[in-house]
Design a protein around this ligand. Structure first.
Ligand SMILES: Nc1ncnc2c1ncn2[C@@H]1O[C@H](COP(=O)(O)OP(=O)(O)OP(=O)(O)O)[C@@H](O)[C@H]1O
Ligand SMILES: [Mg+2]
Length: 255
């Protein structure tokens, strides 16, 4: 298995009002191609900060992050932006979409910005519509973003994150704003994309979400306190058992 992400002694310090806040303290871990890894831990422990520094949305203070063999701290802002656009997909709890664009146009936006595929607009649109069909939201293509449900909007965000066929999807509480049914639907799609080869790193507070991942890292005070290997999630029959094992482990971690 090749490593897509390798993090060594990663530190992130924020300075607010001249006060240093060492949010990430020498974090070490790696993610293999095809893994689906959940980051869990108490509020304020540094989960989002970890996701943002590993994905180059935010600069690290010290340490190293290798993404598909590229050392992120060696990249210029423009090079970093290209890596994010071409090789990474992003999904957030708050669904950031452009209000003045239709759902389909929002999904196509990263492809238009990247412009690297040398494909016509018609071809790009075809890919966008195919993704929407795959996620069961093809009928919302021409809707405004306020004309769809939260679950549909989050599935549209997944389509947008996939439009440039990224190597890794980074998701910060992708189901955090959804009810149970919509959350299950969204996770079903994430698991599917993962089983088709996309590596996933996601932050979640929800053990039901984490139980579908292959590995869980538990972070406390900016450090990884433990990891739990669940192995690939294959079918719903395993879910209850996985949840039970994970919950037991989370209790040991102080969850
Ligand atoms: N941009 C920022 N500037 C300054 N401090 C920040 C910034 N972002 C996060 N922090 C601080 O870093 C710490 C960790 O925040 P982070 O958002 O990573 O936590 P989290 O584990 O994702 O929490 P939650 O579960 O509540 O989302 C907090 O003390 C927070 O105040
Ligand atoms: Mg967070």
């Amino acid at each position: 298995m090749s490593k897509v992400i390798e993090v060594k002694d990663l530190c992130k310090t924020y300075v607010v009002n001249k006060k240093q806040n060492n949010v990430l303290r020498n974090v070490n871990f790696s993610i293999d191609e095809g893994e689906m890894v959940a980051i869990m831990g108490p509020s304020g422990s540094g989960k989002s900060t970890l996701l943002y520094t590993v994905s180059g949305m935010d600069r690290m203070t010290a340490g190293s992050v290798s993404f598909c063999g590229k050392e992120l701290s060696d990249l210029s802002d423009n090079e970093m932006a290209d890596v994010r656009l071409d090789d990474m997909g992003f999904i957030f709890q708050q669904m950031y979409m452009m209000k003045n664009l239709s759902i389909l146009d929002n999904i196509l936006l990263p492809a238009v910005k990247s412009g690297r595929r040398h494909e016509s607009m018609g071809e790009t649109e075809k890919r966008g519509r195919a993704l929407m069909k795959k996620l069961g939201i093809e009928e919302t293509a021409d809707n405004d973003i306020n004309e769809v449900s939260g679950g549909q909007l989050q599935r549209a965000c997944i389509c947008r994150s996939m439009i440039n066929s990224p190597k890794v999807i980074f998701a910060d509480e992708p189901t955090g704003a959804l009810n149970r049914t919509a959350s299950d639907e969204v996770m079903c799609e994430m698991v599917k994309l993962n089983s088709e080869g996309t590596t996933v790193m996601l932050v979640t507070h929800d053990a039901k979400v984490a139980a579908k991942c292959s590995r869980v890292l538990y972070i406390v005070d900016g450090n990884i306190k433990g990891e739990y290997k669940l192995g690939k999630y294959n079918n719903a029959d395993e879910l209850r058992d996985r949840e039970r094992k994970l919950n037991n482990w989370l209790m040991e971690m102080g969850w």
